[in-house]
Every structure is written in structure tokens, then in C-alpha cells.
Write a protein that binds this ligand. Structure first.
Ligand code: E4P
Length: 218
């Protein structure tokens, strides 16, 4: 399973990259706003900075909701760097946009997926990734992981589909571990979820004991 970090914070992206396990980055307009990045030129420059840190797969989201403007925005985003994946919302014009971009060879991430039908449609349109939002489904008493399982199953029926399942809105370590069990292609999550995988108290106490025993004889 690929690990993407879900943030626009450059320090966090660098920290995850330095760990050596990072395969990409997802951003969204809320995450960009959280970092105080506003105005078209600043936004584009920030995406470039992210691309300069990681090896590939930087999702940058369009803001428009109509086909013509989404296409214009997508072309501007795609020109920033070959690492850019254009993130497009799951709406009617979004599907048309994904279809055209896929015929142009521009990679896309269809975002705000909340059911299997939406995931099927995005795959038919040629999306490179679909992003089902696990945590936001859990928030409304619907099993987000079950949706990941359903989409993985459906895509598995049609090996000719190139779309990857990108589990998004991953809130904690068990989400991440279950995504791997289910066979999600990618999971995107905050830095603390990635670094959370490091932790176990028996690791800490075991290491402390090893070091203490070594000290006694040296
Ligand atoms: C996905 O690409 C989104 O940016 C993100 O995972 C949403 O997560 P949230 O529900 O924690 O905001």
C-alpha cells in the first residue's frame, strides 16, 4: 500500500519524506487555507514547493465546478510539474473533466467519493485515483472501511480498470491498518497517523532494557 500524506504543510511533508516511506501528497482547498496560502500565484508556487520535496503524486485540487473552467485550471495545475495529479470533485462536470484529462494523459484524483456507484463512475471516466472519505463516513454513522472493501472488490472484478483506490480521510492507525488488510492501493493521512505506526510501549521498554544491560557490561 502506498502512503500519501494529507497536508499542505511543508515541514510535515519533509518529515514524512525523510522517513523514507512517503509515496505522495494530497492537498485540498481547506488544507491550503489552513497553511495561509491564498491567491493563485501563491497557491501554484506552493504546489511547486511540495513537488520539489517528494518524488511523485502531488494531488492539487481544482476550485471551479463547471467543465470549461475546471479544464483550464487542470491545465494550469498539470503544467506546474509532472508530479501533479489533478484533483477533481465527484460531480457531473467533474466526471466529464476526468474523462477529457484522461484522454490527454493527465492524471486525476476524483475526490469526495462516498459510495460505490460514484467510485464506479469515476473509474469508467478514467480517473487515476478515487478518494473515498473514510473518516467523514464514520462521522455520520456509516462504515467507511466497508466502502473501501466494496470498491476494492468491484475494481477487482475488472482488472482492465487502472483506477487506484486511495483511502482518504484516514483519522487513526486502525483505519490505516484496516486499509492495508482490505487491499486499498493507497492511504492518505496526517503525519501523526504515519508516525503513530512507530509506537508500542513494549518497544520503548525493550529498547531501554537493552541499552541499560549494554551499559552494565561496557
Ligand atoms: C483527501 O484527499 C482529503 O484531503 C482528506 O483526506 C480529507 O480528510 P478529512 O475528512 O480529515 O478532512
Amino acid at each position: 500500500m502506498k502512503f500519501f500524506i494529507d497536508t499542505a504543510n511543508l515541514d510535515e511533508i519533509q518529515e514524512a519524506y525523510d522517513l523514507g516511506v512517503l509515496d505522495g501528497v494530497t492537498t485540498n482547498p481547506s488544507l491550503m487555507a489552513k497553511e495561509g496560502i491564498t491567491g493563485e500565484s501563491n497557491i501554484l508556487a506552493h504546489y511547486k514547493k511540495i513537488c520539489d520535496i517528494v518524488d511523485n503524486n502531488v494531488s492539487a485540487e481544482v476550485i471551479a465546478t463547471d467543465y470549461d473552467t475546471m479544464m483550464k485550471e487542470a491545465h494550469v495545475l498539470a503544467k506546474i510539474d509532472d508530479k501533479i495529479v489533478v484533483k477533481v470533485p465527484m460531480i457531473k462536470d467533474g466526471i466529464k473533466t476526468i474523462k477529457t484529462l484522461s484522454t490527454e494523459g493527465i492524471r486525476t484524483n476524483c475526490t469526495l467519493i462516498f459510495n460505490a456507484g460514484q467510485a464506479l463512475l469515476a473509474a469508467k471516466a478514467g480517473a487515476s485515483y478515487v478518494s473515498p472519505f473514510i473518516g467523514r463516513l464514520d462521522d455520520v454513522s456509516t462504515d467507511g472501511l466497508q466502502l473501501i472493501e466494496q470498491i476494492v472488490h468491484i475494481y477487482g472484478n475488472y482488472p482492465e480498470l487502472d483506477t487506484e483506490v486511495l483511502a482518504a480521510s484516514v483519522r487513526h492507525n486502525m483505519h490505516l491498518i484496516h486499509c492495508a488488510e482490505i487491499g486499498a492501493d493507497v492511504a492518505t493521512c496526517p503525519l501523526k497517523v504515519i508516525t503513530g505506526l512507530l509506537k508500542h510501549p513494549l518497544t520503548d521498554s525493550g529498547l531501554a532494557q537493552f541499552l541499560a544491560d549494554h551499559q552494565k557490561g561496557n
